[in-house]
Design a protein around this ligand. Sequence first.
Ligand code: PMV
Length: 331
Amino acid sequence: MKATAIAHSNIALVKYWGKRDEKLILPQNSSISMTLDELFTTTTAEYSEEYKRNHILINEIQATEKEAIRINSHLELIKSIKNYNGFFKISTKNNFPKKAGLASSASGSAALSLAATSALNLELSKSDLSIIARRGSGSASRSIHGGFVKWNRGEHPDGRDSLATQLGDINHWPELTMIVTVLSLKEKKVSSRAGMKQTVKTSPLYPMWLNTIEDDLKTVEQALIDKNFQKMGSTVETNALKMHSTMHTTNPPIIYWEADSLLLMKKIISLREDSNIPCYFTMDAGPQVKILTLDKYVDEILENIQKKKRLEKYYICHTGKAAHTTEKHLF
Ligand code: PMV
């Protein structure tokens, strides 16, 4: 049986950084995200009892050993739901660069979870899918939903309540725009998985992160309901800077910023403070700067940030759809 799924990437407005259980991928804190319409992964999964092992293609190239280990273990988890003992043929494609801080692991694990469970004819609820996607990559739990999403950290030690729910659907705030810039295509040296583990262990600022997160979550959730752009943007920006402060004070230090990232962050602050253009930035485990604004300011912002240097690439994103299946298979 063959099935194909499309899942969109998501960028956190209030970040997830740090786990309380490494194996089950249980986070220290809840997080809130926006699912992005322009960035997505398409995955076709075919299950057969005839296959003797999994066959995995990523962007039409055989998966590396490291990638295969991760995908194989995710497929084992999915098969264990009903004791299946066949194998899969998987082909997965991103429409954007992977491992560059653009959340390809979020859309990738969400698309794989939906494609593989559909190929097995398991009809799962969004909550169950979110839990399965979480086991592949924490942020993937949020890519199961469209629009604005909250991943609740949950309390149960087995992770049954650590799943994402939707805060607002795709039509809730259509003017809200995220310009995702691509400043560098170098693959990052420290994965978010390794980075957050080291931060929890060594950063003296990590307690500050946990002590202030509930306030950020409340503020952003309310600002989303009220569509209060200034309140939301300023909290989103500070939240990202707090997360990066915990990274910078990790031992050894984790600095995902490039010189161009810093220049762009300063430019965004200046456009806001000196030119009154409503815009804020956020950043993840990579050098790319994501700019939060409203539709009508996009052209002005792009014109300003490209004055000195043209951006290599950028995506103008609005809220994207939930993960879904399609009949257009990749093989
Ligand atoms: O789920 P992971 O391992 O890709 O970690 C995501 C970490 C951040 O992107 C930095 C924050 C987030 O909430 O997405």
